[in-house]
Design a protein around this ligand. Structure first.
Ligand SMILES: Nc1ncnc2c1ncn2[C@@H]1O[C@H](COP(=O)(O)OP(=O)(O)OP(=O)(O)O)[C@@H](O)[C@H]1O
Length: 469
């Protein structure tokens, strides 16, 4: 691995890779996603059935899934290798291959790692936590923070799966989870959200004296001064002094305004970075639909319902009240949809996301709360009912018009197209502002956004089916 002029590590050079790739085409891990619903016609069934030949993509040097090594070569403990293979992984992705040897090396070094959505960052940091824990000590040794309880729960499920052949003990630091009366967490790994983690450390329920690894997933969001930055810093400041804790920051995006802070937060880190035009995943085809008004947006969404339910879809709104309003209206009109946002109780949120993961709900109407990290492989469509916008303080650029939130856009559309699968994203635009916001998104991501018909359902369906092929 080489460093560029700025001292940043870049993803490995591709030279000579085709000879050394251990996966023959015959080993192709064929993954079938988005099983069509029973109501789908045979025509739709056959064209929406997406076959992804992972091995092929993992041999394509330009793919973020490309790698030259095997998991064996990354220096993992045998029990963890067993866990990895038990999950059905055959080859590491680019980020796993580049990050893991650096993350597992002694003496420990911090890491700032960037890789596109759905390319396997979770495994990289979960394997590091599991590798660094001493299972004979019943004390927290790795802390992991995520921006939402949904993501914390998902990370925990990856720890459980990868650590299946180890004696690892885990605990949550999320709201209303810990039974009353628990005064001391003895689990090796604690995963949670920053507010609850701070609270538990402050009350000494979590003793941090043995913490060796501190992970921030969605790190740019966790460090953003306008978001969770203060709370995250508070957790870090409570960790043992002396710089012995390995700090690991991962995200698909690291906008300029958090980069400096990230470098201070994780000093002397190895860095794996992407360029801005590499952020969006190629297998996600982006569309827009020309709507006439707010009310027309709703009508177009309803006309899409059939397509939304062929696989699974997530509809993103700017406000909780919009998500609730659309969901209530669609349900009243006989459609089956669920809504999820931060104003709901934790236990209700858990039920809703679990129902969606298990495919009981096919359409999830939500806000930015689950724009990051959530990994549901069957999601083949994301709709930006409202485009993501920066807050007034961040984004008016003096004109009074709100600017698009490019990072959130990248994360939102990244809920589909996971690990090489195909996906579609659709933006609803309905006035001058939303038009210019979308143009800015198109420019910033360097990926074309194609118009899709709203009036003729057959043309619309045809265009979308083509994109899924
Ligand atoms: N080496 C691998 N082989 C096959 N599948 C993998 C591999 N690594 C990860 N995956 C799968 O790819 C999917 C995406 O992984 P993950 O959720 O870690 O992505 P991510 O990079 O964290 O994405 P995001 O930026 O959206 O958080 C998961 O379903 C995961 O199980």
């Amino acid at each position: 691995m080489e460093k560029d002029a700025d001292g940043f590590y870049t993803a490995p050079a591709a030279a000579g890779a085709s000879n050394s790739s251990p996966t023959a085409a015959g080993d192709a891990a064929a993954v079938t996603v988005a099983a069509p619903s029973n109501e789908a016609t045979d025509l739709i069934k056959s064209t929406f059935d997406v076959h992804v030949t992972l091995a092929q993509q993992q041999e394509d040097k330009s793919s973020p899934l490309y790698s030259v090594k095997s998991f064996e070569e990354l220096g993992l403990h045998a029990d963890l290798l067993k866990g990895v293979y038990d999950m059905g992984f055959t080859k590491p992705s680019k980020i796993q291959e580049s990050a893991l040897p650096l993350l597992l090396r002694d003496p420990v070094q911090n890491m700032i790692g960037q890789s596109q959505s759905g390319t396997g960052k979770t495994a990289a940091f979960v394997l590091t936590m599991l590798s660094r824990v001493d299972f004979t000590k019943n004390k927290p040794q790795a802390l992991c923070l995520a921006p939402s309880r949904e993501l914390a729960r998902q990370i925990m499920s990856v720890i459980a799966a990868m650590g299946k052949f180890t004696p690892v003990q885990t605990e949550y630091a999320i709201k209303d989870h810990l039974p009353r009366g628990v005064t001391n967490i003895t689990a090796h790994i604690v995963v949670g959200t920053p507010g609850t983690m701070t609270d538990l450390i402050r009350r000494r329920v979590i003793d941090v004296s043995e913490v060796k690894v501190f992970v921030l997933d969605e790190a740019d969001n966790m460090l953003d001064k306008d978001g969770l930055g203060d709370q995250t810093l508070r957790v870090k400041n409570m960790l043992p002094r002396g710089g012995h804790t390995q700090i690991i920051l991962f995200s698909a995006t690291f906008p300029d305004h958090v980069r400096n802070f990230a470098s201070k937060f994780a000093p002397n880190a190895n860095k794996i970075e992407l360029k801005r035009n590499e952020l969006a995943v190629d297998s996600i085809r982006q569309f827009y639909m020309d709507c006439k008004s707010e009310e027309h947006k709703y009508e177009v969404l309803v006309s899409l319902y059939h397509l939304l339910t062929i696989g699974q879809s997530i509809i993103f709104c700017q406000h909780r009240r919009t998500a609730d309003r659309i969901a209530q209206r669609m349900i009243a009109e006989g459609h089956k949809v669920a809504s999820l946002h931060g104003a709901k109780e934790g236990s209700e949120r858990d039920l809703i996301i679990d129902g969606f993961r298990e495919g009981r709900e096919k359409v999830l109407i939500t806000t930015n709360v689950i724009s990051r990290g959530i990994d549901v492989l069957q999601v083949n469509m994301v709709v930006n009912y409202d485009l993501p916008l920066l807050t007034e303080r961040e984004g008016t650029g003096g004109s009074g018009d709100l600017r698009p939130d490019i990072e959130t856009y990248i994360h939102r559309i990244g809920r589909t197209g996971r690990f090489g699968r195909k996906g579609i994203s659709i933006n609803f635009v309905h006035d001058k502002n939303t038009w210019s916001q979308m143009e800015e998104i198109e420019k910033a991501t360097g990926k074309g956004i194609t118009r899709i018909e709203t009036t003729d359902l057959d043309i619309m369906e045809e265009q979308m089916k083509k994109a899924m092929k």
